[in-house]
Design a protein around this ligand. Structure first.
Ligand SMILES: *Cc1c(COP(=O)(O)O)cnc(C)c1O
Length: 235
């Protein structure tokens, strides 16, 4: 895709996000755009940066590491979120390059994130990934294990990690109700967490991709993760 096409995709996606936000009766600017650049070359990321985008999502650590190390060396300012399921041996590199890990789905990952962040004296943001659809294998599947992780935050066990939200991937379904239900379940879970753990800064809902972000916004998303609609089909 040319830089011009990418710029035009960004403009139209951002317009549609704002239009959906307003139609849903929400405040302007209440939904952030995380541009998912996985499988796209670093040139596409430069094009996005040139059109004003600073927040990116990648789901493979190795790929993100090579692309975004190059970008960092170029002096551009940007923020990178890891959004794909993470193996323990990838945590070290993830915390080096990312400001946020959106795909935390088990407590042992938090233990490893804490260990590596402490070593480099960095505080990182995390989202808890919630399993709401059969198509995705990752995500917390039960409240018991999720609440156990949250209790550890309440006790102050993780001092280099800030838990800021929930993330989910809806099932790929033509049935809008199934998709909507997945987003709604995640929002209700966030409300339950806010009531049960009022001291934790869980305020974000990362929900919505190219095919379903309008439904996600109607259901309260504060961050959409969009790849295809911005960069085209993945290479
Ligand atoms: C790839 C990916 C996206 C973006 O998907 P598109 O359909 O290309 O917009 C969003 N979230 C996660 C976790 C992904 O892996």
């Amino acid at each position: 895709m040319t830089e011009e096409q990418i710029r035009s995709n960004f403009n139209s996606v951002k317009e549609q996000i704002e239009e959906t936000v307003l139609k849903a009766g929400r405040s302007p600017g209440s939904v952030k755009l995380c541009a998912v650049s996985k499988f796209h070359p670093v040139e596409d990321v430069y094009a996005a940066l040139n059109s004003g985008q600073a927040l990116f999502g990648e789901n493979r650590v190795q790929e993100a590491y090579s692309k975004f190390t190059e970008l960092r060396n170029s002096g551009k300012s940007f923020e990178l979120h890891i959004i794909g399921s993470l193996q323990l041996n990838k945590v070290k590199k993830s915390v080096e390059i990312a400001s946020c890990i959106q795909s935390v789905d088990r407590d042992e990952l938090l233990v490893e994130i804490e260990k590596h962040c402490a070593k480099i004296n960095k505080t990182i943001d995390v989202f808890f990934e919630i399993h709401t659809g059969e198509d995705s294998k990752s995500g917390y599947t039960d409240k018991t294990s999720l609440f156990a992780s949250l209790e550890k935050f309440e006790k102050g066990i993780y001092t280099h990690i800030k838990p800021i939200g929930l993330m989910t991937m809806a099932p790929f379904s033509k049935d809008e109700n199934i998709v909507r239900n997945s987003f709604r379940t995640t929002r209700l879970l966030k409300e339950e967490i806010n009531a049960k753990f009022p001291d934790l800064p869980i305020s974000e809902l990362s929900m919505g991709m190219s095919g379903d972000y309008k439904i996600a916004i109607q259901e309260g998303s504060t961050m959409v993760r969009i790849g295809t609609a911005l960069f085209g089909e993945r290479c």
